[in-house]
Design a protein around this ligand. Structure first.
Ligand SMILES: O=C(O)CCC(=O)C(=O)O
Length: 285
């Protein structure tokens, strides 16, 4: 459980870290299954429903930057999604009812890992209110050297930015970030980070010899309804992790810029962000 001080810090800064949430055995299981997925990706040559591949990917040297919706493909990831230690923390922040939106295992292999440019998750999935967050489960230690998340504390209370270039959604902001405000979100393996859906964040390439694998679990209060891509009541309710389904939508006056029109090539954040101009890129090498 979080202390009052940790809850206040989340409300004020728009992110927190909590160490020692998963035990070593569980982290080892997550690593082992993730390694198996990466090994199997040798048979894949293009992005598909499971894999988002690094540009350097090959059969001889498989390089995966994301396993998409990993809880669909293996029970160990579903177990992480339902982990009581994680849900107890999330419940304190946005509960009592919790629905997950999506899951993803974002990976940065040593010397390869793709950066993620500055963005707010809110730009990708606006809802009727913003009691929405992303839990990052560190299956490796997250360090500055291996490309941990970077955040701008307090930005979740600031503007909702356009993530458009030339009138097209490209999933990254155009404004420059004041480097002195950026905070690295470091956490040991088995710990978690949590960031608010409006917190500005990104991450740099992995410049170390160590892997950086972060299981992201995106969760919302059950009464947050998506403004885009509602897939039907049954599917919606099947993603409830705590609490009961509701037909009520809590509507709050949160600014929204819809992620439209979509770019020519849709897909993951990596794919979308590669369509922006070089001048806009801030975290690339
Ligand atoms: O994996 C990362 O470093 C950042 C990922 C992220 O911000 C996202 O997938 O929305």
């Amino acid at each position: 459980m979080l202390t009052r001080e940790q809850v206040d810090r989340y409300r004020n800064d728009g992110f927190i870290t909590v160490e020692h949430v998963l035990d070593d055995g569980f982290v080892a299981d997550l690593r082992c299954v993730t390694d198996e997925f990466v090994a199997r990706s040798a048979q894949v040559t293009e992005h598909d429903d499971v894999y988002d591949l690094e540009p350097q990917h090959s059969a001889a040297s498989p390089q995966v930057r994301r396993i998409k919706n990993p809880n669909r493909w293996h029970p160990v990831f579903q177990k992480a999604l339902e982990h009581p230690g994680i849900l107890d923390v999330v419940e304190q922040l946005i509960g009592p009812g919790i629905r997950y939106l999506t899951t993803k295992m974002n990976m940065k292999s040593p010397g390869v890992g793709s950066p993620v440019e500055w963005h707010q998750d809110w730009a990708f999935y606006p809802h009727t209110h913003d009691d929405i967050l992303a839990v990052g489960v560190a299956i490796d230690a997250m360090t500055v050297e291996n490309g941990c998340l970077l955040v701008v504390p307090g930005s979740h209370r600031g503007p909702v930015y356009e993530h458009h270039e030339d009138g097209v959604f490209i999933g990254a902001i155009g404004e420059s970030i004041d480097e002195s405000e950026v905070v690295p979100v470091t956490v040991d393996a088995g710990g978690i980070s949590i960031h608010h859906v409006r917190t500005l964040h990104g991450s740099a390439p992995n410049r170390s010899a160590d892997p950086r694998r972060l299981l992201l679990l995106e969760m919302a209060a059950v009464d947050a309804w998506p403004l885009k891509g509602y897939g039907g009541f049954e599917a919606f309710n099947s993603r409830i992790l705590r609490g009961a389904p509701t037909s009520h939508a809590r509507v709050e006056p949160v600014p929204v810029v819809m992620p439209e029109p979509q770019p020519e090539r849709g897909g993951s954040i990596y794919e979308i962000q590669t369509q922006m101009s070089r001048e806009r890129a801030r975290l690339r090498q």
